[in-house]
Design a protein around this ligand. Structure first.
Ligand code: ADP
Ligand code: ASP
Ligand code: MG
Length: 461
């Protein structure tokens, strides 16, 4: 069995859906399909969540969502059924929006704002799966559409829920044993279609796994099913040496290790959600990243042990990063200073990325990116708690650049080449040595793209 995930642009129009459906029809092993919302829809829904009702902007966005999906439905051979599905989704979406509005007015809001937003965002995947089911039927596939919340069990951290693996895997196994034609007795042409990004907590409330989370959903299904392969179909022909939108000479990598791909995604390579590698690495399931627009291109294979292991493989960048520097003379030869800092950060659920220390100061980087799944909020409370025993300085608008590869902490010359290549830029902080797979540093956000272009030219060519 192959688990195939199609991203937003791969289902963003009727042509895109039809191309993706052909890919599924081409290989009967592609029997478990996970899809995202049509491109732009999750952003539209997020925008709706912050608008008042009956505003001109709300009307415009709702019209846009409706039109995008009705357009797809109108080109499908099952036009009547697909249009009915879109209209029904639209009706439920409107009811969801007005429910929140009326509960706000009556101040009887039992549902928290974050819980309501997750249910709102889930409409994106609901629209796309409803439509895609009809496009798959057009290709004579026998589609069974299942709600992802009935499989993916999570905690109740809305917006960035953590998955309960055992419960999730039990649900997938139960499905296989109670539904004929899937799994070991797979019937050719039978396809299970479900949403990425969505889960449900123990009370059955809809949760989401963080922006871009459909890749992670697909990896969880691949592990639960013991799939032969996980395919990530997207709008570029694989994992590139860096974002091809930033560096035009970036090229697709033939083969890359799980470790390198994990680092690349964690440090900002948007092509894969940062958690995607966890389940597939655990279960040793190879991943193929390929373009749904040009499926004949080889794409990238992500495996445990690639044949070629260059020192520098790829570059990634994460913007909107924050640097916090703590100074205290008390730190000099005093045990427990760092423990105190980290315990305060942990109490406030702040996760730290990079750390460098000197005798009397410590610098930490925090992921404050707007779209980060575990976005850090530097509250007044945490700053006050730290200020009680040290001076705190905070710098914003930085970018974290990561050079990703192999045996980087055992190869001479990497730092030398890095510093000489970037001699015209201010490198605010460097982390080298902790990981064999990366060297990371901070630069001004406004320099980030030029830095990546210069490094790509020097290290990758
Ligand atoms: P999908 O909707 O299919 O999930 P995404 O937009 O989430 O697609 O991810 C694909 C995009 O990731 C590409 O269009 C590309 O601009 C960006 N990207 C960033 N870094 C990389 C990289 N190293 N390799 C390929 N794509 C990358
Ligand atoms: N639709 C969701 C998002 O835009 C999930 C995904 O695309 O993976 O974040
Ligand atoms: Mg994505």
């Amino acid at each position: 069995m192959i688990v195939s995930k199609f991203g937003g642009t791969s289902v963003g129009s009727y042509e895109a859906m039809s191309r993706s459906a052909n890919i599924i029809a081409d290989n009967p092993q592609r029997s478990w399909v996970v899809i995202s919302a049509t491109s732009g829809t999750t952003n539209d829904l997020l925008r709706l969540s912050s608008l008042g009702s009956n505003t001109a902007e709300e009307k415009k966005i709702l019209e846009q969502i409706s039109q995008r999906h009705l357009d797809i439905a109108s080109q499908c051979s099952f036009k009547k059924e697909a249009t009915k599905a879109v209209e029904e989704c639209m009706r439920t979406l409107l009811a969801h929006l007005s429910k929140q509005q009326s509960s706000k007015q009556q101040s009887s809001n039992n549902q928290s704002e974050t819980e309501w937003i997750d249910s709102l965002l889930a409409f994106g995947e609901d629209f796309s799966t409803q439509l895609f089911a009809w496009v798959l039927r057009e290709k004579n596939l026998d589609v069974q559409l299942e709600w992802a919340g009935d499989f993916i069990c999570t905690d109740s951290r809305f917006g960035s829920a953590a998955v309960d693996l055992e419960a999730t895997y039990a649900k997938v196994r139960h499905f296989l044993t109670t539904n004929e034609g899937f799994g070991s007795d797979q019937k050719p042409g039978k396809v299970l279609l479900t949403q990425g990004f969505i889960g449900a907590d123990v009370q059955g409330r809809t949760t989401t796994l963080g922006r871009g989370g459909s890749d992670y959903s697909a990896a969880l299904f691949a592990e639960a099913l013991g799939a032969e392969c996980l395919e990530i179909w997207t709008d570029v022909a694989g994992v590139y040496t860096t974002d091809p939108r930033v560096v035009s000479t970036a090229h697709a990598i033939d083969e890359i290790s799980f470790d390198e791909a994990a680092e690349l995604s964690i440090f900002g390579g948007k092509v894969l959600h940062p958690a995607t590698m966890k389940p597939v690495r655990r279960a040793n399931i190879p991943v193929r990243v390929a373009s749904s627009i040009e499926p004949e291109l080889p794409g990238t294979n992500i495996v445990t042990a690639p044949l070629n292991r260059p020192v520098v493989r790829a570059l990634s960048v994460r913007k909107e990063q924050t640097l916090m520097t703590l100074h205290s003379l008390e730190m000099l030869h005093q045990p427990g200073f760092l423990a105190k800092v980290f315990s305060i950060l942990s109490e406030h659920r702040i996760s730290v990325d990079l750390v460098t220390t000197s005798e009397v100061s410590v610098s930490l980087t925090l992921d404050t990116a707007h779209k980060a799944s575990n976005k850090v909020e530097l509250s007044e409370a945490v700053l006050r708690a730290l200020n009680d025993f040290c001076d705190v300085e905070v710098e914003y608008n930085l970018a974290l650049v990561a050079v990703i590869g192999n045996a980087m902490n055992q190869t001479s010359g990497i730092s030398g080449q890095l510093f000489s290549t970037l001699k015209d830029y201010n490198i605010r902080l460097v982390c080298h040595g902790a990981s064999a797979n990366n060297v990371c540093f901070l630069v001004q956000e406004s320099d980030a793209e030029a830095v990546v272009q210069t490094l790509h030219q020097s290290f990758i060519g």
